[in-house]
Write a protein that binds this ligand. Sequence first.
Ligand code: HXC
Ligand code: NAP
Length: 230
Amino acid sequence: MAESKTKAELLPEDVDTDDCLTSYTYIYSPDLLKDQVAFITGGGSGIGLRIAEIFMRHGCDTVIASRNLDKLNEAAKKLSAVSGRRCLPLCIDVRQPDSIMAAVDEILKEFGRVDILVNNAAGNFLCPATALSFNAFKTVLDIDTLGTFNTSKVVYEKWFKDHGGSIVNISATLGYRGQALQVHAGSAKAANDAMTKHLAVEWGPSGVRVNAVAPGPISGTEGYRRLGKH
Ligand code: HXC
Ligand code: NAP
């Protein structure tokens, strides 16, 4: 008779660092994403890195892209080692459309396709509205909101328009009730939630699914270290 597992044994391991999991319990088929290609912004750390790891453990190749290439190179090595899949690290700033265009050209040259875009890159810190400079508010909107639009538009025009695909925007619940010290990030994510619906309506007919996921506080991440105690 199969041994029944406790709830704790069924839960994924709680990792406090950007190391890969030491064990992984499959919920979905191991081949769920076999030979697909996912482009994950901010995939070199935190939630983005874990998304890359789980996708790769289900047969996906990934591209992880952000500003710090050293961090991405290190992450890519770890991810490929645990999954046996390919992970391509690329340097981009989601505020600079030219850098995204060059990255997508490189992805299509290297893999010949892109199936999934995860808009995960973001910037945040705790700050009351009265202390927030004009540039501080703008910076977070630039990364979170314009960055999500820029990346979605480039991937759509270069590939999804003719082949379909899936976009997942990583959101947050900060704006739902107006959390203190978070007017910048809450406003940015609320705009992204609206953008998700607009693009789903406009791009659905081309076979593009656009969805958002709003996690609660996730331990072991930079977001949690910056905000978790509040
Ligand atoms: C107030 C700040 C600040 C702070 C920066 N600024 N940090 N203001 N409090 N802690 C201001 C600066 O003074 C400047 O304004 C403006 O913001 C831009 O700062 P830069 O350092 O020039 O920007 P940049 O180098 O582009 O860096 C972006 C950043 C940085 C967001 C400021 O922290 C970053 O790179 N973050 C990426 C990692 C990250 O934030 N991860 C957490 C994501 S968690 P002035 O006026 O002086 O020019 C998340 C949600 C979590 O998003 C939800 C949890 C529940
Ligand atoms: P994180 O590790 O700091 O992830 C953010 C990533 O974005 C970093 O890898 C960073 O890499 C990249 N990035 C920042 N600015 C960029 C830019 N201009 N261009 C390209 N890449 C950029 O933090 P996290 O906590 O895992 O957050 C990941 C996502 O989850 C974010 O969208 C966040 O809002 C969301 N979220 C987090 C939590 C949580 O509890 N942690 C809760 C709800 C939602 P570089 O520095 O190399 O650029």
